[in-house]
Design a binder for this molecule. Structure first.
Ligand SMILES: [Zn+2]
Length: 481
């Protein structure tokens, strides 16, 4: 208390005295923006996701096209406005800004209004703030008043207000606040509708805003990856790439999910029975609107039933590999790796592979970048064979065949194997961003080999990294040369 009174109070009095120079105020205050939107009482679980672009300054008001989450049955007593702006239109429904971040959970089309204010709305107290603001704007939106007079009890109309505010320290830009206006008593003859207004927070979801916390991922929006093998290694890579903003994923696997997989799979029991491709595609569509997902249920190397027609597995994979920017191999099969490494070389695409050992005791992450001095996957195998590269730790436990599983599998938990998929995701992102200005920086190695356990004891993963140079004894590389 003594310190506060002696040291802090004089500083506050000086800053608020009005005669302080801006520089001395800057020294005392926190360097954070203090927009009104940070201080409002918001309705629980409500948000409207808005694009980077705000409507042009010369248009003062108009209509909003919204896509909202469905209100659960019996939920009309609570305000639930949760969704995304699809378009910001003028009064005559001419689109000014459209937004393509559509997500399957937001299924209910809803019409609202928007209004540009000269400055941030006036708020007298926390408790009355929402109705204060409603009364400030209703005069400017006769269409809103008309809509409310025809609305039923429980109907909700969303209104967005856009205005300049201090969004970051001493920097003013457009900010949004929404009001959800719920009819509590219907209009009748001369009696106006009774309404209750609540604030709904705006959430910036444009590409620029979304990557504000990790701007070095911006090059990922235009990138595509083929991921083969969606088990405990490949599936987490898919989710991490989606979280890193990748534009497109092509997924290949043949397997369906069993509840027993979920000890090392990133999604849980609700997807039991689903094809792994479909489960990941559905999840990513729900969570990451900037990533489009395509998939194929293929078992590489399995002959198709004769007379099936259509493309062969090879044709499908070759087309996918040609269309993407990187081939990621998490198939956990030596033969598939051999095929994919050669395919990636044929179509001139970088190749990243990841494997784990028994017990998820160790693992390997590697890449071929397609530079002339770099060796190939066969060079890598030769380095392993003559111990130029060390082997990862291996628990050597027997494989098991759980009930209902068509083939043996390894013992190992996701808490251990995710160390490998995480490094593979980083290596894939670094490889994809390589050469792009301001992109995720690149690693200085090509192959990393990990121990995750030592003699049965879990350890902080220990990685050994290597450059992968051309081996003179590699027939593939000498053919290329
Ligand atoms: Zn080679």
């Amino acid at each position: 208390m003594a310190t506060l009174v002696k040291e802090q109070l004089p500083a506050i009095l000086e800053v608020n005295g009005g005669s302080a120079a801006p520089e001395s105020v800057a020294q005392v205050e926190d360097h954070v923006g203090e927009p009104l939107s940070s201080f409002l009482p918001y309705a629980m679980d409500c948000a409207v996701i808005v694009p980077d672009e705000t409507p042009p300054m010369d248009v003062r008001s108009g209509r909003l096209g919204l896509l909202l989450r469905a209100v659960p049955p019996g939920g009309t007593e609570r305000c639930l406005v949760n969704g995304v702006i699809a378009s910001i239109d003028d009064k005559h429904n001419k689109p000014l800004v459209t937004f393509t971040a559509e997500l399957p959970p937001f299924v209910v089309r809803s019409n609202g209004f928007w209004l540009r204010l000269e400055k941030r709305p006036e708020v007298s107290s926390f408790e009355t703030a929402a109705s204060d603001v409603f009364h400030q704007i209703e005069g400017a939106l006769p269409e809103l008043v008309k809509m409310l007079s025809g609305a039923k009890r429980g109907d909700v109309v969303a209104v967005g207000m856009v205005y300049p505010d201090e969004v970051s320290w001493r920097h003013s830009a457009d900010d949004w606040v929404f009001l959800a206006i719920r009819v509590t008593r219907e209009a009748k003859r001369s009696r106006n509708a009774e309404v209750r207004a609540e604030f709904v927070r705006a959430d910036w979801g444009g590409k620029q805003a979304w990557l504000r916390r990790a701007p070095f991922l911006a090059p990922m929006f235009d990138k595509a990856a083929l991921v083969v093998g969606l088990g405990s290694l490949g599936a987490p890579v898919c989710l991490q790439l989606a979280g890193a903003g990748i534009g497109k994923l092509e997924l290949v696997d043949f397997d369906n999910l069993q509840v027993g997989n979920t000890v090392r799979w990133p999604l849980g029991w609700q997807y039991a029975g689903f094809q792994k491709t479909g489960a990941l595609a559905a999840h990513i569509a729900n969570e990451y609107p900037y990533t489009s997902v395509d998939g194929a249920n293929l078992r590489i190397g399995n002959p198709r039933a004769p007379g099936g027609g259509g493309s062969s597995d090879y044709e499908i994979l070759r087309r996918m590999a040609t269309e993407v920017d990187i081939v990621i191999d998490a198939a956990a099969s030596h033969r598939v790796s051999h095929f994919l490494a050669d395919l990636a070389r044929e179509v001139g695409k970088p190749y990243v592979w990841l494997t784990t050992t028994h017990g998820a005791a160790g693992g390997i992450v590697g890449r071929i970048r397609r530079t002339s001095s770099q060796g190939c996957w066969h060079c890598f195998l030769r380095n392993l064979g003559d111990k130029t590269f060390r082997l990862p730790a291996d628990a050597g436990t027997d494989e098991i065949q759980p009930g209902g599983c068509s083939q043996p599998t390894f013992i190992g938990a996701g808490i251990d194997s995710s160390a490998i998929s995480n490094l593979a995701s980083r290596l894939a992102v670094a490889t994809l961003c390589s050469g792009a200005d301001g992109g995720y920086p690149d690693f200085t190695w090509d192959v990393a080999i990990a121990d995750i356990y030592r003699e049965g004891i879990p350890i902080a993963p220990e990685w050994t990294t290597y450059d992968l140079a051309v081996r003179q004894d590699c027939p593939d590389c000498s053919v290329q040369a």
